[in-house]
Design a protein around this ligand. Structure first.
Ligand code: ADP
Ligand code: ASP
Ligand code: MG
Length: 816
């Protein structure tokens, strides 16, 4: 004999029940079968809602009941031939009359006890099982309906009753002795106590009914038919990449379901496990899929033996209770008292951790039991509280449990390091940890808001070592932003293949609009951003990134805005990596620069800004490597401004200085106000950043800036600036001639030595390394302890959207 259980979704409507019928017919050709069914999807919840409304004096309960009645009448009409409908329509109406009478009573009394709750909810399964049995009978199958509620005997712990296995097994054996039909249909979830009152086995309890029946009938196999293709490596609603676990031991399945894998109600395994009956989880909507086989001694393949874990499960709405006090140390019995007290209140303890000093004990329970437990513990520990042996109980809510499960864990080292490492890198704070002594699971308590992220991060780490999902948020869609996006699309396949990294552009923002997509923004969507995006601001962009809380997030700032760096800190605190092309943060006050770096370190994320100096040239990375290997930067000499290079490379006296500056501006080499470049502010910021990275504590004002611009040029707007430039042509010509007359050229140079930095115009001789610089060339010459005679030189194009975008891209790849 086989026992098949169909859940709420499988019997949600006529269409699904027809599918269930096909499965039943096929199985019944091979075996005698017992079919256990749940109530129609959502019916149990709605029956409870009706009764609750009635108890709160809300007459809406009548509408809920009406809606449920119509749903069942419709089902009868759709499933039964017209001539056979009448008794079943009357049957449904009769049940709903009784349900309405019960709710009227609740409405009048304003009282809704567990006893009444069980009485009302049991109608869900009573109705579904009878209608399905009628349908199969009308199709000619040899079917009988079994009153499971009469056979399964429990205590009177309503809503979560405990089974009396001896009495139940006897009743079920008697039933099967006298009923030899090919198909037996039974309602799940329902039972009765010794006095005949209806009881239920806990939410999701139909699985348990099926297991109790399978055990009593010594069935060959128990099949749980549901809406997913088996037990999966994580809840597929939260982890889209979850995979079916094809084979799993009872113990592992038990751990997964205990910690929240809803696909199997936790007590279900025990009765079948005791008799070594294998359990299969199958998908009603994809019957051909293999599903999951749960059993003893399943031979693991070599690959399976290599796996760290079999799955991850999660449980929401958890509260943590912590009892602590000096009186707990070394005094036996305090934990016993705590657990006794919780058990007296029928409160299920999900997880326990105790500090090794025995100073405190923490237990996780369901949030709905928090108030009850507080009262109970307060009462039991009255004396201890008075004598200050324990502190008042601490309760935290809004939490969840995530558990990594697998029997292989005990023989593999480094599982917890791997788990905590990936969670830490994503800024997930762990409130409590427990590892069963059997080492079949490591469970943690975290904030509810972090559950989806934690599951995905862990899933990636343990089950998809293949490809890491990176979520990129880009701020700025100017030249560099556009090039960066193009490079990323073009390089995605390479990254997947060679670095096992899938880069998704999860959000884009400019000064007007912002756009998000967890799956990655396509080029087409991006082109429509101006029309389809939401109103943007740096603050709104940050808020959205934080609320999305995606794993492996990277924020890229390719703006020159002073507002965007203001969001870096809050993002770093959420472990979002920051890649800045924008120089403002790294050249702000020393305190702020250090604070951002420290924040990144404290939250296990990166704050990279290689493109702040020399665009894509490896300048900052080189300093970092030198420092890490114990070298020390003694001096720096550099030409770092594309604008000033352009101007002094082109100014040869044949055209005026002002004309050359105007040309540089027209060709996109300058800031909108060219003075920012010409006055050396930009170069000063760059040398400041280099000295800081080299470990020197400099402020912007410490940089000596010998401006070559006459004072008058600094006043007024850009137009005034150009007319001032024209007036001072003689001044610029003289600067040029002085250099030329000595056989030298003009270069704007940044220098650092003896702890001091300065920027300014210099005469450069042909034999100098700084002489032969063309186009957009930048050069940085480092003298260090190790590179003392022959300096280390980094030279190449130090400006331009393409090279800057590649520098940013490289930072992104390095950061995750
Ligand atoms: P039924 O109504 O058939 O009893 P349930 O809703 O109780 O179905 O259980 C099936 C659901 O369990 C799935 O739809 C899935 O969302 C959820 N679930 C949670 N964790 C897991 C997991 N590890 N594997 C499979 N399903 C899971
Ligand atoms: N109908 C019950 C519930 O929704 C039992 C079950 O479906 O397993 O909890
Ligand atoms: Mg279920």
């Amino acid at each position: 004999m086989k026992v098949l259980k169909f859940g709420g979704t499988s019997v949600a409507n006529a269409e699904n029940i027809v599918k269930v019928g096909h499965i039943i017919k096929e199985e019944s050709l091979k075996n005698q079968i017992v079919v256990v069914v749940s109530a129609l999807h959502g019916v149990t919840d709605q029956l409870i809602q009706a009764a609750e409304s009635a108890s709160q004096n809300d007459a809406d309960y009548l509408n809920i009941i009406k809606g449920l009645e119509e749903k069942h009448l419709k089902l009868v009409k759709e499933l039964m031939p017209v001539l056979e409908q009448s008794p079943w329509l009357s049957f449904v109406k009769k049940q709903f009359n009784t349900i309405e009478d019960l709710c009227n009573g609740i409405y009048a009394l304003g009282e809704f006890t567990g006893r009444i709750k069980d009485k009302i909810t049991s109608y869900g399964e009573f109705l579904s099982s009878n209608i399905i049995a009628a349908r199969l009978q009308s199709e000619g199958l040899d079917v009988t309906w079994m009153n499971a509620a009469g056979c399964i005997i429990t205590n009177s712990n309503f809503t979560y009753a405990k089974v009396d296995f001896d009495a139940t097994e006897q009743n079920l054996k008697d039933f099967f002795h006298t009923h030899q039909h090919q198909v037996v249909i039974a309602p799940g979830f329902v039972a009765r106590d010794g006095k005949g009152n209806p009881t239920t086995l806990g939410r999701g309890g139909s699985d348990y009914t099926a297991s109790i029946i399978a055990s009593a009938a010594d069935a060959e196999e128990l099949q749980i038919w549901t809406d997913v293709s088996g037990m999966m490596t994580a809840d597929p609603r939260l982890v889209s990449t979850a995979k079916t676990i094809f084979r799993i031991s009872y113990a592992e399945a038990m751990e997964l379901s205990h910690f929240g894998a809803k696909v199997l109600y936790p007590p279900t395994l025990q009765p079948v496990m005791a008799k070594n009956i294998s359990l299969r989880i199958k998908n009603t909507f994809d019957p051909e899929a293999a599903g999951t086989l749960i059993g003893h001694h399943l031979e693991k393949t070599d690959d399976e033996k290599q796996e760290f874990a079999v799955g991850i499960s999660n449980m929401s709405r958890i509260a943590l209770l912590t009892l602590e006090g000096s009186g707990m140390i070394g005094i036996p019995g305090i934990s016993a008292k705590l657990f006794h007290c919780l058990s007296n209140e029928n409160i299920n303890v999900i997880l326990i951790t105790q500090s090794s000093s025995e100073h405190s004990i923490t237990v996780a329970i369901s949030e709905q039991d928090a108030d009850n437990s507080q009262h109970a513990i307060h009462n039991s520990f009255k004396d201890d509280l008075q004598l200050k042996r324990v502190e008042p109980l601490m309760i935290e809510t809004g939490l969840a449990i995530v558990a990594l499960v697998g029997e292989n864990m005990k023989s593999r080292s480094g599982v917890s390091a791997k788990m905590f490492g990936c969670l830490g890198n994503n800024g997930i704070n762990i409130r409590a940890i427990a590892q069963g002594s059997s080492e079949k699971n490591i469970s943690i308590v975290i904030a509810e808001a972090d559950v989806k992220k934690a599951l995905n991060v862990m899933h990636e780490e343990f089950f998809e070592s293949v490809i890491k999902q990176v979520h990129l948020y880009l701020c700025g869609t100017g030249n560099v932003g556009k090039k960066l996006i193009r490079q990323m699309y073009a390089q995605n396949e390479y990254l997947k293949e060679n670095l096992l990294m899938n880069l998704r552009i999860a959000g884009v923002c400019n000064s007007r609009k912002m756009l998000f997509s967890e799956k990655g923004i396509s080029e087409h969507e991006l082109s429509l951003m101006d029309e389809s995006g939401q109103e943007a601001s740096a603050g709104k962009f940050a808020a959205e990134i934080i609320s999305r809380n995606l794993r492996n997030s990277v924020f890229v700032d390719v703006t020159a805005s002073s507002e965007v760096p203001e969001i870096y800190e809050e993002l770093l605190k959420k472990s979002v990596n920051i890649i800045a092309c924008n120089k403002i943060a790294a050249s702000s006050s020393l305190e702020h620069y250090r604070h951002l770096k420290l924040t990144a370190r404290n939250h296990s994320c990166k704050f990279f800004f290689e493109t702040n100096v020399g665009a894509g040239l490896p300048v900052i990375g080189t300093i970092n490597d030198l420092m890490r290997s114990g070298d020390q930067v003694l001096s720096i000499q550099a030409v770092l401004s594309g604008t000033l290079n352009f101007v002094f490379n082109h100014y040869d006296g044949t055209r005026t200085f002002s004309e050359i500056v105007a040309q540089a501006q027209a060709e996109g080499y300058t800031e909108p106000d060219p003075r920012l470049d010409l006055a050396g502010t930009d170069v000063a910021r760059k040398i400041l950043i280099l000295t800081r990275e080299a470990g020197y504590a400099l402020e912007f004002d410490d940089i000596e800036n010998e401006s070559f611009l006459p004072e008058e040029c600094m006043h007024g707007n850009v137009e005034d600036f150009y007319s001032a430039l024209s007036k001072y042509e003689d001044h610029f010509k003289m600067l040029l001639d002085n250099a030329k007359n000595n056989g030298k050229i003009l270069k704007y140079v940044a220098e650092f030595s003896n702890g001091k930095a300065k920027v300014g115009l210099q005469h450069i001789a042909p034999e100098s390394d700084l002489f032969h610089l063309y186009g957009k060339d930048n050069i940085v010459i480092f003298k260090t302890l190790r590179y003392s005679d022959q300096p280390l030189v980094v030279k190449g194009a130090g400006a331009g959207a393409d090279v800057t975008a590649s520098g940013v891209f490289a930072d992104v790849v390095r950061s995750v």
